[in-house]
Design a protein. Sequence first.
Length: 535
Amino acid sequence: MEDESYLEHTHNPTHQTNPSHTTTLRNPPQSKVNLDQLQSVELIGGGTRVDCVKRRLSSILKLDSSKQNYGLSTTMNADEAVARGCALQSAILSPRFKVLPYEIIESAIHPVKISWEGDGAEAEEGEGEGDEEGGGTTENEVVMFDRGSNFGVTKRVTLKKTGDFIVKASYVNPNSSSTTLDPLNPTTIATFKISGPNNPSPCKIRVNVKQDVSGIITLSSAQAMEEIPQVEEEETKEDKTEKKEGEEGKEGEPPKEGEEVKEAPKKKYKKTLLSFSTDTYMRLSKSDMDSTVELEARMANADRIAAETAAMRNELESYLYSMRDKMLGALKDYATEAEATTFSQALETTEDWLYSDEGFDTTKSVYCDKLKEVKGIGAPIEMREVETNTRQKSINSFKGSLELYKGFVQSSDEKYAHITDDEKDTCRAAISSAETWLYDMIEKQANVAQNVDPVLTVAMVGEKQKELTGKVTPVMHKPKPAPEKKEEVKEEAKEGAEEGKKEEGEGKEGGEETPMETEATPPEPPAEPANMDVD
């Protein structure tokens, strides 16, 4: 019987959903929304997957249970529903996104009260930055934001204080009748220390408290309200006459009909902003925050050093393994017997140290020194192997440059006709000197063993080739002189034509030209015979 009673109790859906029933019935009236105004009800939370919970909520909210999910909406991830709200709020606040106009009304879940030190009769409450002062309160606390109030509201309370004072914000605890605020009480939100003016008499201080769109309580500002005295206008003669006539009447007599009643002048205040500090509950102070940031920086630096130390240790270990294998293979012919023995012993000693307790847990600088030590022995051996494999390639490149430059100085091509013989002789001398040096060094290197440092290195060949190129290339690529311009040729032709015309004119002025005698000139006719007298 006990087992059956237990099963009936634990498997009774009505018993399990009673808390949700109570909460669901309480929320619509508090939010001032009727059930017939609900367009959709979204379920969030892992517990909403339980079928009996869906049926219970559907019946409470009077939804159509014949629809899918009993008329409830499940369009969001039930376990991560807050992500959608964050995305919507981010889109609303961001200027880079354009969203359709809609309104999200959020309400405060817990009421928030403001309390202060001193007599409660000093407080005056008002709502909004521009509202006038409201009624007073007889306690030293006031509920500023009631349950169900909208977010994004600024309210104020006016106190009469002198000097520094403290204002505290906390949640209203419905289960406690005590008004004393304990700094360690979980209901505490924040403590605001305001620096008030040190006047002999208390002055009005307006404390503006804001609950932003995220529901966070902040102190917007604190203002000292200094009343500005009103300057009374001088009475005119007519006012004085009326005053004398009025003195004859009784004091306190109600004004006659049609007579204007002068309103009391409105008080004017000079507002002075006051400095304040905020101490949020469970929030680190500035000194604690600074020390925490410093501690985090030290930890980050320690992580960086640890990573660099591990990388240096790994580099040393890799070098030891690599050189040990190369000394038995690729580098065997490039080290003397004494060098090979010394290097092998150094590698073995360093490896033993690396795997000892001292080498396993040491600093980055020690690993770096050990690596430099073994590299100092192995670097010359590696250099000989590299020089042997790359020397011939650099020599062939140098020989190619020599052949190119020889062809240049021996060429009779028209494109080199503008280069003088002296310039070519200078290039020939440089080419001959470089060629002689190269073949002399090749001959010397041929007599040097592979396990000895070379006398001809790749760097030496490259430097000599660069030197020769610097001497020959400027001459080889010397540009041709520019040809004479066409305008100068035209001017010379014009001057020649003018001189020809001038000479022709001078010939005409000297006399008429005589025809040239030729053999074809006809002979002169014979003269007639003279008349003779005959006897």
